[in-house]
Design a binder for this molecule. Structure first.
Ligand code: IMP
Length: 424
């Protein structure tokens, strides 16, 4: 399929990087369309581990990579990754960064941190990478864009205009230190030298590639339930991870998207605050966290763990238009004698629903209705095809397919890039 979007179907950390890495083999270009260094992918290749935050995962496969206009770019992080890849003998000559993407500035990081501190108990639990404040400035039309690094005079002017306002906020509202114009300007002029060769009209680049019949993979960061419009607001990120945003976030027509693959873990995790109906109660949550190594790639925070939530997943299928599912980390469930799955929610009035509640208070109060499936208590290490899966594991996958009416075409059975089973 020429244009495929890979989208997180839960609260993030579904293992999208590995699925993108796999599908990138048969793609010509890999694009990111939203988010910034709040994402974190770990890709294991033999005894090499790659931790990527800014670059599309396709870089590991040596594919041309696009950072689209819908992304926010922390130049320090991006340059750090470019340097690291080059030091490891990998070319970055085919990295293309949209001139319309917005730059994360030092005050975005400072405001993200100060605002979370101020919110205290009501904090969002952000990654504190400046994502929200950067997107807020974009909407306020006060942002500084990647293309501004092409002209030192414009760059300096924009920093000056932004600082005049930001320093007031930092000092008066957040009671923290202001930034010095000369220091920030010098720092960003330095970044400009390094970034200049990568700045591209990425909309045109991807448009031409699709016109020429190339295969383009659009790699979503974060996930459906963290979407600014469709997620569990306000405990969301500040961009649109949903699949249709790939079109706006790269600058292609909506009709150009041919296929949407949702990535879901065989269970659920969530970092940060917010309601989580299928969160596991008791020590099984710690067991799941240890078995699945559920600690944040970017922040190192412990992830909250829950049983697979089919109500939330059904919603993700709807709002993304998911055609196929990749179910990752099935191996983690091997350690449980029985595997509960959330099939419905009970709402405040006692009625049950298979559909995700549209009203936040209903979702906050929702209780999971769990159906318990048989476990398999066998390792999946030696499975090389779906036929090798223990019977109960196969039933688990088929149950998900029946409930969602979507095919599970990829199944993750371990950390290695080879541990993904493909179903026709
Ligand atoms: P922000 O994107 O840093 O503003 O954080 C907003 C919310 O999104 C917080 O709950 C974060 O924990 C969550 N979040 C952001 N990026 C990721 C991710 O890559 N995986 C999981 N959660 C994320």
């Amino acid at each position: 399929m020429p244009a495929t979007v890979i989208v997180g179907a839960q609260w993030g950390d579904e293992g999208k990087g590995k699925i993108v890495d796999l599908l990138a083999q048969d793609s010509d270009i890999v694009c990111r369309y939203q988010g910034g260094p709040n994402a974190g992918h770990t890709i294991v290749v033999g005894d090499e581990t790659f931790k990527i935050r800014a670059l599309p995962s396709g870089i590991v496969r040596g594919k041309p990579c696009v950072i689209g206009n819908g992304c926010v770019v922390d130049p320090d992080v991006l340059i750090g990754e470019l340097d690291e890849f080059e030091q490891r003998g990998r070319s970055t000559a085919q990295v293309y960064v949209s001139g319309n993407a917005h730059l994360i500035m030092p005050w975005h990081l400072a405001i993200d941190q100060a605002s979370e501190r101020r919110l205290g108990r009501l904090a969002i639990g952000t990654t504190r990478r400046g994502i929200g404040p950067c997107y807020a400035d974009k909407a306020m039309r006060l942002g500084i864009r990647v293309q501004d690094v092409l002209d030192p005079k414009i760059l300096r002017q924009k920093i000056e205009v932004a600082l005049a306002e930001k320093n007031l906020w930092l000092q008066r509202v957040y009671e923290t230190e202001p930034f010095d114009l000369e220091t920030v300007a010098a720092q960003y002029e330095g970044y400009a030298q390094r970034l200049r060769p990568y700045v591209t009209d990425t909309s045109l680049y991807v448009y031409n590639a699709l016109r020429d019949g190339k295969f383009v993979l659009f790699e979503g960061a974060q996930a459906t339930l963290l979407d600014l419009d469709h997620g569990t607001y306000p405990f969301v990120t500040s961009s649109n991870p949903v699949a249709s945003a790939a079109a706006t976030g790269v600058g292609i027509g909506a009709g150009r998207i041919d296929r949407v693959i949702g990535v879901a873990k065989a269970y659920v995790t969530r970092v940060g605050e917010g309601p989580f109906p299928s969160e596991i109660e008791g020590p099984a949550q710690d067991t799941m966290r240890e078995l699945g190594h559920e600690y944040g790639t970017v922040t190192g925070r412990s992830r909250r763990c829950g049983w697979l939530d089919l109500v939330a997943l059904r919603y993700a299928v709807r709002v993304n238009g998911i055609d196929q599912l990749a179910l990752t980390k099935l191996d983690v469930l091997s350690h449980f004698a029985e595997v509960p799955v959330c099939v419905r929610y009970t709402l405040r009035g006692g009625e049950e629903t298979r559909d995700f509640p549209a009203h936040q208070s209903d979702f906050h109060a929702a209780k999971p209705v769990l159906e318990t499936l048989a476990g398999w208590s066998e390792t999946l290490d030696d499975c090389t095809s779906v036929d090798d899966l223990p019977e109960a594991a196969r039933r688990y996958v088929e149950f998900v397919e029946r409930e969602l009416d979507v095919e599970v075409t990829l199944i993750g059975t371990g950390a290695e890039r080879t541990n993904v089973l493909t179903r026709a």
